[in-house]
Design a protein around this ligand. Structure first.
Ligand code: 5HU
Length: 346
């Protein structure tokens, strides 16, 4: 992660650098940012999307822009794993394990990105459960688990209890490059959904995150991760509450839009929406009306055209609602039509 103290916000040696967008010299008097990938420079006003105030905060070390990429690096297409993964739930069925049934398999880490055409390795943990006869209790009776799919190159597992096995599946690169998985949009979206408030909508969150991938990069795919439970198994085990809080607030600061599924009442979602509003982020709250239940007035009442939108919805309406929200809140001024795959927030 780059910190402002490490980040160069202006070249020390003027005239040594040219802006990657306008091709003019970046001097010590210009506001400019240096790319974390290629070390080239870009004037702040040349489509970085960084406001004057944010640039000042960056200089003062009060804000971070982790892994910031210049316009040139951004146009190199990313290979977005999350959308591919969501299209391949059959991963579960690729496990061949006599006497074993797969009871859960985590989604791949949707934050992991690789460049198109690169080799990569992603791991995902799995959990298998064995139906044992009463008299067969020994660990060695759990047969080998093997993967037969060409997508999957390796599998390890270890016995944790007599009847259960868990471990890691590692994938080699075989995913085809396709339009749906290329997502160079620079729009960053924080998805907020209930975790400790209850996980009954987690499948829906997965589908929502997948749809949001059409508009930009979702910074918080972990909210839709089925292995993160309301008892916080997984996230809570790997991170302290303070670490989770700090990470999420940083991501909310970093994002351009917060999309919150607010049907399942959650303190955390309410808090995140409030923070996002205070930071001036664009907000879409999605609510599925329930008999005998009303959405909090602190959400419904916060409506502000073009910046805080609450929509009652059914799942089938989502594509239209998302398109409308992003078009209304992130319209481009210098292009007639919006192409979300290449969109860069102003
Ligand atoms: O383990 C966690 N990880 C995490 O990122 N969160 C954040 C993201 C969610 O949008 C929101 C959910 O809040 P809650 O757990 O109060 O339902 O809080 C919340 C928890 C648990 O509170």
């Amino acid at each position: 992660m780059t910190t402002p103290s490490h980040r160069s916000v202006r070249p020390k040696q003027p005239a040594a650098a040219l802006c990657v967008v306008c091709d003019r010299v970046v001097t010590g008097h210009h506001h400019a940012l240096q790319c974390d990938h290629c070390s080239r420079w870009q004037h702040r006003l040349c489509e970085t999307g960084v406001s004057f105030q944010d640039y000042r905060r960056l200089q003062r070390g009060e804000w971070e822009l982790p892994d910031w990429r210049c316009a040139l690096c951004l146009t190199a297409p990313d290979f977005n794993i999350s959308s591919s993964v969501h299209q391949e739930p059959e991963v579960m069925e690729e496990l061949h394990a006599p006497n074993l049934s797969v009871t859960s398999i985590t989604s791949l880490d949707a934050r992991h990105e690789v460049q198109a055409d690169q080799e990569f390795n992603i791991s995902t943990s799995f959990h298998v459960h064995q139906e044992l006869d009463e008299d067969v209790m020994e660990e060695e009776h759990i047969p080998d688990v093997s993967l037969t799919s060409s997508m999957s190159s390796d599998l390890h597992y270890e016995i944790t209890e007599g009847r259960e096995a868990q471990g890691t599946v590692a994938y080699g690169r075989t995913l085809a490059r396709n339009n749906r998985s290329i997502m160079p949009s620079n729009l960053k979206i924080y998805f907020s959904g209930s975790i400790r408030g209850g996980r009954s909508d987690v499948d829906l969150y997965g589908r929502l995150v997948e749809q949001l991938g059409k508009f930009g990069k979702v910074l918080s795919p972990f909210v839709a991760d089925k292995t993160v439970t309301d008892a916080s198994v997984h996230e809570g085990a790997a991170m302290t509450d303070k670490e989770i809080y700090d990470r999420d607030l940083r991501l909310i600061e970093e994002c351009h839009a917060v999309v919150a599924e607010v049907t399942q009442t959650s303190l955390g979602v309410g808090y995140e929406v409030g923070q996002a509003k205070a930071l001036g982020k664009k907000i879409l709250c999605l609510y599925r009306p329930q008999p005998g239940k009303l959405l909090s007035a602190m959400i419904r009442g916060a409506e502000e055209k073009g910046s805080f939108v609450t929509r009652d919805y059914k799942e089938e309406d989502l594509p239209e609602i998302l398109e409308e929200f992003f078009t209304e809140c992130f319209a481009r001024t210098h292009k007639d039509s919006l192409d979300w795959t290449t969109y860069e927030p102003m």
